[in-house]
Design a protein around this ligand. Sequence first.
Ligand code: B12
Ligand code: SF4
Ligand code: SF4
Length: 342
Amino acid sequence: MVLSKAGIHSLAFEAGFDRVGFAPAADADGFAHLTDWLGRGYAGDMAYLERQHEARRHPASILPTVQSVVMLAMRYHPGRAPSQSPVRVASYAQGDDYHDVLRERLNSLLDRLQQEDPTIGGRGVVDTAPLLERDFARRAGLGWVGKNTMLIDKKLGSWFFLAALLLDREFPADASFDVQHCGTCTRCLDACPTEAFVKPGVLDARKCISYLTIELRGPIPLPLRDGVGNWIFGCDICQEVCPWNRKATAGAELAFQPRAEWDVLDPLDILKLSDAEFRKRYRGTALFRTKRSGLVRNTAIAAANQGWMEALPMLEMLTRDEDPVVAEAAAWSAEKLRRAVV
Ligand code: B12
Ligand code: SF4
Ligand code: SF4
């Protein structure tokens, strides 16, 4: 059977995706923007972005025979207010690791396409391949890039993941989404606690809480620690304040529903984790990426930022931790709490 765009649409919805759009396999429109962004050092220690810079110019670096880029979106928001825990995890990370879930969905979508047409070839990618996903998603008509740099859909808001299926078959491209519906709004820019936006649509990742709590391996720079607030993994502020997210509905994917243990996060429980306990508890979730070192570092800082005195004895113990990043964060946090009572 000859595959049509409509056929791919319905198979993608069957596979659990909420939006589908077709972009041409061409140079990324935003490549010059990426080059400038990297040149200014905004990627910080995310060396892989620098390493894969040239590969992001064209999707053929991922699949040499690529003819079309099918961009897909899947919602993840649980559709309810965040829990009242003293510390917070970004909502994208509260269920199973999205890389695993989306990769599995992409593979089953490609299998289904190949059942319909065994001559079609392709490759599914999510996040880690050198593809400018938001750029191709905009090009495929999935939404606009907001001032907070998120890809936004009028109905879904921005609480969705992106993924791409590169196909070696040419399909007519959808119209690019070139109108930005942010208007005069600046809520996200004003709300960012670490002032990470250099200007609308340009993020200095080195200041973003998401980068500081997830990607950065060493100590969090001192001037940014207060701004991290109570986030221990990622940050949702520039999405929570966005008016386009007010009416966003919950995603259907059960794997992204928050695990029971996220409901009330006890910082003490995290501070006490040994390396082995960390690995056992967080394997299969996005939090595994920070290792114990990052998660305990973040929790120490967040507990102090919240004035959470119950953490003080444990923080004092952690100042002798064998991991220097943990020990330093614990010392800073214990000192902050002690100063708060004087
Ligand atoms: C590195 C990275 C980060 C970094 C840097 C983020 C950033 N804004 O650059 C950090 C660690 C900070 C981060 C944080 C988050 N991330 Co992130 N991240 C990525 C990753 C791996 C690469 C992004 C990248 O290349 N950045 C470099 C900049 C220059 O590119 P860009 O932001 O994509 O911008 C492009 C377009 O906006 C466009 N563009 C912008 N301005 C202009 C101007 C002109 C003239 C033109 C032509 C084009 C253009 O061109 C740019 C280059 O193509 C992507 C996955 C991927 N492979 O794309 C996920 C991704 C962007 N992240 C995602 C998510 C969910 C998040 C967080 C919400 C997680 C959280 N809750 O903590 C936060 C959001 C913070 C924010 N406001 O961006 C989702 C976004 C989904 C969506 N709806 O937009 C992605 C797509 C992952 C996925 N597969 O779903 N992330
Ligand atoms: S995710 Fe948080 S820290 Fe990062 S830009 Fe948005 S509001 Fe700022
Ligand atoms: S908060 Fe306002 S400016 Fe920021 S992305 Fe949403 S609509 Fe655009």
